[in-house]
Design a protein around this ligand. Structure first.
Ligand code: 8YV
Length: 313
């Protein structure tokens, strides 16, 4: 039997490419100069999409692939995949939960420390020789502070555990309280922001969370507040965030995700009170190897008729 054909939406590391190309006929969508031509030439034979969290798979694309059976996502967030279309057309969807949780939480804590302790600014201060001319200004303590976690899923819980070890007082917002956790549930996001010094956004993306961290929430966080976003750019009203950062109406931000990636809003670039990351929370060798393996294992399970390891739809 000939190798199943798959459409690869964005680049994967070499270790994944070697494995994928050994088992499948891989069409690299991101490299195709003429994407319509690729789809008209190969679309009828493509049985799987291998995508990435931020790239997803739209209904329009899936609609051009009549033999499509499965979308395997290299990422936990499936907000960029049209799950409704997949479901109603019998297309399976898998993602990569759990394997990335620890690293995403680590970067959340890292961004909080970087923003509060001004680690990038301090690095520049030393490199530019400013240290020899005076003392750097004082920064913000992290340990023992009140932290609000927005979204108490796998990542939220893991961030909470890490910051509890920093003796922080943890509260959280979600659609419902979790009785299995020792942290304080706050049903109103603005109230959560008002009561804490740091807000860590770990929500899933999608319509239900779009712009949920709005101007009111940021105002409630206040001028000494710090926000970290390791979820999706869509969860925060970015214009409102840029406004408060520019006006010094919050202290700082640590951001791994943006409304428009990778071409982020140019207003971020001159700001010295924000630490920027290139959507890299899961970007360690260890996690990316595990994510790639899970994508491949889900595809292999599907094509061998076995149960999917991490089905979403
Ligand atoms: C990306 C992510 O998928 O897990 C997610 O939802 O957004 C990330 O892990 C990763 O950058 C690979 O594209």
């Amino acid at each position: 039997m000939s190798a199943p054909e798959i459409l690869l939406m964005g680049p994967y590391p070499d270790w994944d490419m070697t494995e994928l190309e050994a088992k499948y006929k891989v069409h690299k969508f991101y490299e195709a100069a003429d994407k319509d031509a690729l789809l008209s030439q190969h679309g009828a034979n493509i049985r799987a999409i291998a995508t990435r969290g931020e790239l997803g798979a739209s209904a329009a694309l899936m609609g051009k692939l009549p033999s499509l059976e499965i979308v395997s996502c290299y990422g936990v967030g499936t907000d960029a995949i049209d799950l409704g279309y997949a479901k109603s057309n019998g297309i399976k969807v898998t993602n990569t939960p759990d394997v990335l949780t620890a690293d995403v939480a680590d970067l959340g804590v890292g961004l909080l420390l970087a923003a509060a302790r001004q680690i990038p600014q301090a690095d520049t201060y030393v490199r530019q020789g400013s240290w020899t001319k005076g003392n750097m200004g004082l920064v913000t303590r992290v340990c023992g502070k009140k932290v609000g976690i927005v979204g108490m899923g796998r990542v939220g819980v893991t961030v909470a555990r890490r910051l509890a070890a920093f003796e922080c007082d943890i509260s959280y917002f979600d659609i419902a309280a979790r009785t299995d956790l020792p942290y304080t549930f706050v049903a109103d996001l603005t109230e959560l922001a008002r009561g804490c010094e740091f807000l860590i956004v770990t929500l899933s993306g999608g319509e239900s969370t779009k712009g949920i961290v709005n101007a009111g929430v940021l105002a409630a966080l206040g001028k000494d507040g710090i926000i970290v976003n390791i979820s999706r750019g869509s969860t925060v009203d970015e214009d409102a965030l840029l406004d408060v950062l520019e006006k010094g109406q919050i202290k700082a931000a640590g951001l791994d995700v943006f409304a428009t990636e990778p071409n982020i809003n140019a207003r971020y670039l001159p700001l010295t009170n924000v630490v920027l990351q290139p959507h890299h929370a899961s970007g360690t060798v260890e996690t990316r190897q595990a994510m790639g393996k899970l994508v491949r294992d889900n595809l292999a399970a599907h094509f061998s008729g076995a149960a999917l390891l991490t089905p979403v739809v």
